[in-house]
Design a protein around this ligand. Structure first.
Ligand SMILES: Nc1nc2c(ncn2[C@@H]2O[C@H](COP(=O)(O)OP(=O)(O)O)[C@@H](O)[C@H]2O)c(=O)[nH]1
Ligand SMILES: [Mg+2]
Ligand SMILES: [Zn+2]
Length: 283
């Protein structure tokens, strides 16, 4: 599908790119029938260099990274304030994946009609990332201002309200998804792949129904720490090669919390991710 709203073309990978991964957001070179007529099929013969890659590993001990979306520049981390209850652990994983993949994260707190957003906003305020709160009885101008003209990936736990937001952002989302599924031969209800929809104000929104979390298997300690800019300055005082795990005598992060310079909940979150990645805690 082209950004200028051109033809929807079905294409398969040609021999030269058989081993090249092609995902939503990739820019590809096509040959053959690009008319988009029913039954036509084009061939992908090349893939452009990616500007960003949102990746995941299958689980925290899996070193193989799998790309999910290419060339996106915003990760919209969608988190409900209630029903389901917020999970800061998942937000932190999303932040790691965003910084690691070269996407700018923003936090979208949904269902403000059900619960107050003050505690979550306070927890993430030190990171300085953009935050918006949404509710059914208010407009989405704050969110659209942050998303317009960007390629944005919506990510969050099932039931947090992603599809509701996409349907409000892209009024004809259901028709477009139906057209894409018709071209790709996917059934109406079986689509588990990410799908990109053009937003009326410019830019794209990518819905990611099938991905439940980001594994961190291939993410190094330094890369992981980049998602914790509130803790990173204190970690600079750690001895070289510090794992920052709990129970070390000389990890400077414990001192930062004791001095009131860092939030104990944020340190606990970092340590859960570090421990999960080293395979010592599969949570
Ligand atoms: N109370 C309330 N319910 C919402 C809101 N946004 C979505 N929902 C409901 O939450 C449920 C899950 O929404 P859905 O968009 O399917 O979530 P998804 O799994 O993240 O795509 C649906 O019943 C929605 O009607 C909201 O802002 N407030
Ligand atoms: Mg959904
Ligand atoms: Zn340390």
């Amino acid at each position: 599908m082209s950004a200028s709203g051109g033809a929807l073309v079905a294409a398969v990978r040609g021999g030269s790119v058989r081993r090249t991964s092609v995902v939503v957001g990739d820019e590809v070179a096509l040959v053959g029938d690009i008319s988009g007529r029913a039954g036509s099929l084009a061939r992908i013969v090349g893939r452009a260099e990616r500007r960003s890659v949102l990746r995941r590993t299958a689980d925290d001990t899996d070193p193989v990274e799998r790309p999910i979306v290419a060339n996106a520049d915003r990760l919209v981390i969608v988190c409900a304030l209630a029903d389901p209850p917020p999970r800061p652990g998942l937000i932190d994983r999303c932040l790691v994946a965003a910084y690691d993949g070269g996407l700018e994260p923003l936090l979208c707190l949904t269902k403000a009609d059900l619960a107050d957003d003050t505690p979550l906003r306070a927890l993430y305020a030190p990171l300085g990332l953009p935050m918006v709160t949404t509710r059914p009885d208010a407009g989405l101008s704050g969110l659209t201002a942050l998303m317009a003209a960007h390629v944005c990936v919506m990510f969050g736990h099932s039931g947090v309200g992603k599809s509701t937001l996409v349907n409000r952002l892209v009024p004809d989302a259901a028709q477009t998804i139906g057209a894409v599924n018709a071209v790709t031969g996917r059934g109406r209800h079986t689509s588990s792949a990410a799908i990109a929809l053009p937003m009326p104000g410019g830019g794209w929104v990518v819905d990611t129904p099938g991905v439940r979390s980001f594994g961190l298997g291939a993410v190094s300690t330094d890369r992981l720490l980049r998602a914790f800019p509130d803790l990173a300055p204190a970690a600079a005082a750690c001895p070289g090669g510090c794992t920052h795990l709990a129970g070390l005598a000389d990890c400077a992060l414990d001192e930062a919390v004791a001095d009131g310079q860092a939030d104990p909940a944020r340190l606990a979150s970092l340590r859960r991710l570090l421990a999960a990645r080293s395979g010592t805690d599969p949570s």
